[in-house]
Design a protein around this ligand. Sequence first.
Ligand code: SF4
Length: 294
Amino acid sequence: MNLLKEIDVDKTIVVAFSGGESSAYALMLVLEKFKQTHNIIVCFCNTGEEDEETFIFTKRIAEYLKINVVWLEYRSERGFEIVDFDTAYRITDFEKNNEYPNHPFHLWVKDYGLPQYPKRTCTREMKERTISRYLSSIGVMPRMCVRVVGIRFDEIAKRTPNEKQYYPLIINGVTKSFLNRFFEYEMPFRLNLKSYMGNCGACVLKGLRNLCTVYRKRPEKFEFFKFLNDKYGGGNHSFYIKYNTIDSIIEMAKDKKIKNAKDNRFDFQYQQDLFFDPILDTEGACGGTCEAFA
Ligand code: SF4
């Protein structure tokens, strides 16, 4: 496949910044190559399940690169709202005690139903189409834009690149170990979040080991998904790979034979396949990183 390596000057470039380090480096490469010649729009979509650390990293990256990042959230009936670091949705006691009335992910579930592995319907609507709606609202035709996808070189075997999109990390051979070294030694700050916690903590596309680890370390990350399960899923919705439910993940998390996922941010010789267990570590496209347009 011939990957897109140059972008016509009349095209607007759209970067869906996921709030992670891979995405941040992809953004840097795009700015380095196209900042002088192209209109570049950078969006960050908050599903409502993002960690505060992801917000902080997103804000710091925008300040560090001196760019504007447009923060977007899904709203009912295929709407969206522009927010910022201060106004982005966060789960509060009021939200918890009142069935999360303003939670973007909840608003999306009301419109579309519950997510389920391996479908990426949540990413598609809360990120990809939300960005498209924003672009239309500012007079930019989404289909005339080139979309940047932050899939790494070492992830290419798991994905099928679209030759109309731009893949800076693949083109430049960027791997996880390279990124770990770059952020550890060449950047003044990192994303302060363990690698298995990325994006929605209880993400439907994460592998079983990751889910068990999230439950053991941060069980509160499952609270909102439990609420969805009880209200819309009859208490038994199979969100996860191999028809696993929240209850089955909680049971699995008690099994001491299942080791925790590694926080691989400090693994500078990272080789994914050496640690790979096909049952526990298989995950859906974008699991753990939630790349839009992937
Ligand atoms: S992180 Fe997972 S659950 Fe959250 S929007 Fe992305 S794919 Fe869906």
